[in-house]
Ligand binder design. Structure first.
Ligand SMILES: N[C@@H](CCC(=O)N[C@@H](CS)C(=O)NCC(=O)O)C(=O)O
Length: 219
């Protein structure tokens, strides 16, 4: 059985879990926060997720997906066509870096700080982040150009990588303005409506609700 070490509200853990479910692979989630001794023993960077398959330990979501593609090629998330593969991997890279940086402030300021750290989010940080978010969303609106999936059917790693980030953005109360980014908005809605995605997001919502309830009780 494949084990994924991570936590369910981690974007990159979600990316790997979505890749596994889209490939139809069974796995178990072993809850292990980033930076914990358990994670440091598996990944010197202390980051999540890490995957274990038997004796093999694989850190990093992109490396994990590459491993899954070679090990279980049956339901590919990498398109066979070379140009489509390059496009999918580029969109994955963009999502993991630029989009990630652009949207993380919503999750940090609107959820992590008030709920886990007991301090108010920084409105100025969010205002500053707006420019980065707009640039990233404008780029994706042009790149995706109204296509769902973004690169090739069936869905590829490009859809999973962008979708995983957009879920984090929405969990931080981020809004995808459908008037300005109609293609991206449709893309998000189509992905989160997929039954496996909807189930995972619902499970994560329960974690968010529980954390909010604990915070309320603690005052
Ligand atoms: N490139 C890594 C990034 C993983 C990553 O940044 N994970 C976050 C959680 S979603 C983390 O562990 N952050 C802790 C840190 O950066 O020290 C991947 O694709 O797995």
């Amino acid at each position: 059985m494949i084990t994924v070490y991570g936590i369910n509200l981690s974007t990159f853990t979600r990316k790997v879990r979505l890749a596994l479910v889209e490939k139809g692979l069974d796995y178990q989630l072993e809850v292990a926060p980033m930076g914990s001794p358990a994670i440091r023993a598996l990944n010197p960077l202390g980051k999540i997720p890490v995957l274990r398959d038997g004796n093999l330990v694989v850190p990093d979501s992109s490396v994990i997906v590459a491993y899954l593609e070679r090990r279980w090629p049956e339901r590919p998330l990498w398109p066979a066509d070379a140009a489509a593969l390059a496009r999918a991997l580029w969109i994955e890279e963009f999502a993991d870096t630029s989009l990630r940086e652009a949207i993380l402030p919503w999750f940090a300021e609107n959820f992590v700080k008030p709920v886990f750290q007991g301090v108010a989010g920084d409105a100025a940080a969010l205002a500053r982040a707006g420019r980065l978010r707009d640039a990233a969303f404008d780029y994706l609106e042009r790149e995706i150009a109204g296509r769902v999936p973004a690169v090739a059917a069936p869905l590829t790693i490009a859809d999973i990588a962008v979708g995983a980030q957009l879920v984090t953005y929405r969990q931080g109360d981020g809004v995808i303005d459908a008037a300005r980014w109609p293609g991206l908005s449709r893309f998000h809605d189509a992905l989160v409506a997929r039954p496996a995605w909807a189930r995972m997001i619902e499970e994560e919502q329960a974690t968010i609700a529980a954390a909010r309830a604990r915070k309320k009780t603690a005052g």
